[in-house]
Ligand binder design. Structure first.
Ligand SMILES: *[C@@H]1O[C@H](CO)[C@@H](O)[C@H](O)[C@H]1NC(C)=O
Ligand SMILES: *[C@@H]1O[C@H](CO)[C@@H](O)[C@H](O)[C@H]1NC(C)=O
Ligand SMILES: *[C@@H]1O[C@H](CO)[C@@H](O)[C@H](O)[C@H]1NC(C)=O
Ligand SMILES: *[C@@H]1O[C@H](CO)[C@@H](O)[C@H](O)[C@H]1NC(C)=O
Ligand SMILES: *[C@@H]1O[C@H](CO)[C@@H](O)[C@H](O)[C@H]1NC(C)=O
Ligand SMILES: *[C@@H]1O[C@H](CO)[C@@H](O)[C@H](O)[C@H]1NC(C)=O
Ligand SMILES: *[C@@H]1O[C@H](CO)[C@@H](O)[C@H](O)[C@H]1NC(C)=O
Ligand SMILES: *[C@@H]1O[C@H](CO)[C@@H](O)[C@H](O)[C@H]1NC(C)=O
Ligand SMILES: *[C@@H]1O[C@H](CO)[C@@H](O)[C@H](O)[C@H]1NC(C)=O
Ligand SMILES: *[C@@H]1O[C@H](CO)[C@@H](O)[C@H](O)[C@H]1NC(C)=O
Length: 837
């Protein structure tokens, strides 16, 4: 593309484009000595993937221009910046600023022709130096036209906030330069922000730091295949990570097995490292991995005197008596500036005018801020006065005779709920006048002596109204579209003893046990971050209410009280499959094979109902053992269906936060094609392996071998190996070998890469019922990546009886023989079916 051009023509073209300021592109991938870049000109990489030019970030209108690299519009329709040159030195006029080769460096000159950014190499005089934008998004400075030359400089060695495939994050041991990802300051300012991802080469692990100092997340050390604290990498079939550690440098790099998948890691302004892939289908980035998982785990995210609340939007609030330091930054989701006191403390005032003293505000359910000073044991009053007597003391906490005080600004405060670990009471020092301002504060009502009568009257009225409303609600809980009950918040608060008995948590919210006045047990789900309006919420809820099946958890009712949204379900006494399968308390209570088989079958039936029998096909999107609940008879009930729609566009965020492991996620989620019911089939298949092994697929087995269980199972199934050897050792081989073989085979088919090769759930049911036979499946390509001794795929040709005859034990051989001899149909994937037709 960067062919020989007539430089004279080039110059006149350039002059033309500068003078009329149009959108003429240089049409090349190179900036060379006589081809500078200015104004609206861009260069495009040879394969058309990336573009380099001036840009203005986000919605910031006006005069801040940066040189950046972004995906070409053909590939990614929303402008996505992957690299910025002059991060903290914008130019204000792009047509008189120029990016050109100067003294063997690539240099950006601002409107006064002063260099504001440079590749900073010790100058060479070679006139052959040119900068080329490569198709992987790497801007390379080289001395001469050959692609084979070692680059003098490359943007991949100087990443900004995005890590592209082929890029490096690590340490240059010669220059001692840390190649770290640094977040933008906010969504409109690419200047280096507070959060950075970098390599700790000493222990070959990644860490995320706040202000380049405090570490708040680590990947754990690299063991050659995965980072120890990122076990989900074990199920990673998209990326090939490698660690290079030599005399000159230590770094990680990665590639994507399927080059048509566009993927990136971003150190986000939220302080989280985020991994996403572009979806051609929805024209959006699909976010599928985030660390730390929740926003409030990010150190000091809300700045000084700010408090982070995971279940409200926005996440950050100022403490009572404080106000945003910079409302503009706050609006741009940059909370790091924190909050400032509205009223100065009395103790700072050398001549207190009104003689009032500072007071302490009681703040329940807070995690405690960092950097406390301990005052040892004493009484609560002593603790309070030790803080009170030192004007620099801003807060104290007193717990089990233990007095902690804080000097100066308070950082890293989180608002918790009562049931969370670490919830304590913090006493915050405020000027006394802050208290009388809050008439609603119960603690101060007494101060307003004059209006006591009025208040009492008002209270009486409120109580009266509440009582009436409650009476109505409890007595006749309004029925909405059929059988759903509309509950008042107070009723659910009472039923759950103020949400004291937590059954579990998840991406959609925590679940609490409760009892209705008629003593039916219920499970109440407090939904988090619902962005929907009232009407839409009710519509969706009543749709979910109409979905009823013996293998689906029944929605009894809901509560919608402003931002409080709750769903009320039947209570399931045996908890989730997750707890039964992975955490059984008593080894004699391990789920026996028959029960496991029935649970597999029931779950499949529930999914058939969702996929095929409802008016609209409902894709569950999150099939995993946590979402299969068990009633008193161990009849399985699928939970959490239909919620994806309730949560709406936030779903992809929810999806990533709720997944401890992404081992159940079908490849199409990440490759960005349309999601169909076959995505559930994939997750169901992954779960079937866990029925068999009794442990999580992503966990190392008891013998310490880290081989991914589905990989082991698929290859044993294909070879016709010892199927009983796959069984949960706690079952001591007590299983029907025919059923076991069947489940393993179905599981192998369900997790095929190509969704056309996965059976629909209705056929899974038929196979489990023994109505349909099933042959051994090929090993999915994505699993082969892990398989050290790879074998060629033998695609679906062998007959079932040859393959598994060794595996069949004497007990079931007879019955299976008779079945295969009969007229039984054999299930075949869609592709095979259509080939046969
Ligand atoms: C830009 O503005 C639009 C509409 O006002 C808004 O939806 C969007 O989130 C903004 N984008 C950024 C990056 O602030
Ligand atoms: C160009 O950059 C220099 C150095 O950063 C700065 O002093 C000067 O004001 C800039 N010129 C304009 C017109 O902004
Ligand atoms: C280049 O060097 C100058 C002066 O040493 C420094 O201020 C500037 O940040 C460097 N630029 C880059 C891109 O490293
Ligand atoms: C690695 O170890 C060296 C020497 O012990 C130390 O100076 C350096 O700070 C360590 N690096 C990190 C990232 O902790
Ligand atoms: C970050 O650290 C620098 C010094 O290392 C300090 O000057 C600055 O105030 C810190 N930023 C914040 C927000 O605390
Ligand atoms: C992964 O990347 C390394 C280094 O680039 C390469 O040697 C290796 O063959 C790749 N592995 C696979 C399975 O592609
Ligand atoms: C390290 O760098 C030196 C000079 O820059 C080079 O000669 C040598 O081959 C490099 N070593 C490795 C292992 O890459
Ligand atoms: C998405 O579309 C682009 C442009 O048409 C194409 O190059 C890419 O291969 C597609 N990606 C996938 C995963 O289909
Ligand atoms: C308040 O406490 C801090 C930290 O313990 C101490 O440095 C300071 O001297 C104290 N101030 C007074 C007035 O006692
Ligand atoms: C007081 O509490 C802190 C933090 O909870 C703890 O580290 C410390 O050991 C406690 N001190 C005593 C004397 O209990």
């Amino acid at each position: 593309m960067d062919a020989k051009r007539n430089p004279g023509l080039m110059f006149s073209l350039l002059f033309f484009s500068l003078s009329v300021n149009n959108y003429l592109s240089l049409g090349a991938d190179t900036i060379s000595a006589n081809q500078p870049l200015s104004g609206d000109q861009t260069i495009v990489s040879a394969g058309g993937s990336f573009v380099l030019g001036f840009f203005t970030p986000g919605n910031s209108s006006g005069s801040k221009y940066y040189i950046g690299i972004w995906y070409s519009e053909v590939k990614v329709s929303t402008q996505t910046i992957v690299w910025v040159a002059n991060r903290d030195k914008p130019v204000s006029d792009k047509s008189s600023s120029v990016l050109r080769i100067s003294d063997g460096n690539l240099v950006l000159f601002n409107e006064s022709q002063i260099p504001v950014w440079s590749t900073n190499l010790s100058s060479t005089t070679s006139s052959a130096v040119a900068a080329v934008l490569r198709d992987e998004g790497n801007l390379v400075l080289r001395d001469g036209p050959s692609n084979l030359l070692e680059p003098l400089w490359q943007s991949f060695d100087h990443p900004t906030h995005t890590w592209l495939p082929g890029g490096k994050i690590g340490l240059n041991k010669i220059t001692n330069e840390n190649q770290r990802l640094i977040s933008w300051k906010n969504s409109e300012d690419p200047a280096p922000g507070l959060f950075s991802l970098e390599l700790d080469a000493n222990i070959s692990s990644y860490i995320i730091r706040w202000n380049r100092s405090i570490q708040y997340w680590t990947s754990g050390p690299w063991d050659g295949k995965i980072f120890s604290l990122v076990p989900e990498m074990r199920t990673n079939y998209i990326y090939n990570f490698s660690y290079i550690n030599d005399k000159n440098q230590s770094y990680f790099t990665y590639s994507v097995y399927n080059p048509s998948i566009l993927s990136r890691f971003v150190m986000d302004v939220s302080g989280q490292i985020k991994q996403s892939t572009w979806s051609n289908y929805t024209n959006e980035w699909f976010l599928f991995w985030t660390q730390p998982k929740t926003q409030c785990e990010v150190y000091a995210f809300c700045g000084a005197f700010g408090s982070c609340d995971q279940i409200s939007q926005p996440f950050c609030k100022c403490l009572k008596g404080f106000d945003y330091k910079s409302p503009k930054d706050w609006y741009l989701s940059d909370y790091s500036g924190g909050c400032v006191r509205k009223t100065p403390l009395q103790c700072e005032n050398t001549s207190p005018a009104n003689g009032q003293k500072d007071k302490f505000l009681t703040m329940p359910n807070m995690n405690l801020p960092v950097q406390a000073q301990f005052f040892g044991v004493g009484t609560a009053a002593e603790c309070e006065s030790s803080c009170f007597n030192n004007c620099s003391c801003t807060a104290y906490s007193y717990d089990a005779n233990n007095c902690s005080i804080w000097i100066g600004e308070l950082f890293n405060l989180n608002q918790l709920t009562e049931d969370q670990i670490g919830a304590r009471t913090l006493y915050l020092r405020l000027a006394a006048s802050e208290f009388s301002n809050h008439k609603n504060n119960k603690g101060v009502v007494g101060a307003v002596v004059g209006s006591v009568a009025g208040v009492a009257l008002l209270l009486g009225l409120i109580v009266f109204v509440i009582l009436r409303r409650r009476k109505r609600a409890v007595g006749t809980a309004k029925s909405v579209e059929g059988s759903l009950m509309a509950f008042e918040y107070r009723d659910l608060q009472n039923a759950t003893k103020n949400f004291s008995d937590k059954l579990g948590g998840g991406g959609f919210g925590s679940v609490f046990k409760g009892t209705l006045p008629d003593s039916t047990a219920i499970a109440v789900k407090k939904l988090e971050s619902i962005s929907q309006g009232e009407k839409q919420f009710r519509t969706e809820v009543s749709t979910i209410g109409t979905i009823q099946h013996v293998n689906l958890v029944r929605l009894r009712g809901f509560c919608s009280d402003g931002s409080r949204k709750l769903l009320v379900y039947d209570y399931m006494p045996n908890g989730s499959l997750e707890s039964q399968l992975f955490h059984e308390k008593n080894p004699t209570q391990v789920l026996d094979w028959k029960t496991r088989y029935q649970i597999a079958l029931g779950t499949a039936r529930g999914l058939v109902y969702l996929h095929e029998k409802c008016r609209e096909c409902i894709i569950h999107c999150d099939i995993k053992p946590e979402n299969i609940l068990l009633d008193a008879e161990f009849c399985p009930k699928v939970a959490d269906f239909g919620l994806a729609k309730l949560v709406g566009r936030e779903f992809s965020r929810v999806l990533t936060t709720m997944r401890g492991t992404r081992g159940y996620l079908a490849p199409e989620w990440i490759s960005g094609v349309a999601i169909t019911a076959k995505a559930d089939v994939y997750s169901y298949g992954m779960m079937l392996f866990e029925f068999v092994s009794g442990r999580r697929n992503s966990e190392p087995s008891a013998d310490g071998k880290t081989r991914f269980f589905p990989t082991r199972a698929t290859s044993i199934m294909k070879e016709g190996g010892d199927v009983l050897g796959l069984l949960d050792p706690r079952l001591e081989e007590k299983a029907d070998v025919e059923e076991l073989t069947r489940i393993c085979r179905i599981a192998c088919w369900c997790i095929q890469d190509d969704e056309a090769n996965r059976p629909p759930m209705s056929q899974v049911v038929q196979i489990l019922e023994g109505v349909l036979e099933v042959n051994p499946a090929p090993i999915p390509r994505s699993l082969q990546v892990f398989d050290d001794n790879r074998e060629n795929i033998i695609f679906f040709t062998e007959s079932s009886s040859n393959q598994s005859s060794q595996a069949r034990s004497n007990t079931s051989a007879a019955s299976s023989q008779s079945k295969s001899d009969g007229q039984q149909q054999v299930w075949r994937p869609e592709e095979q079916l259509s080939e046969n037709v």
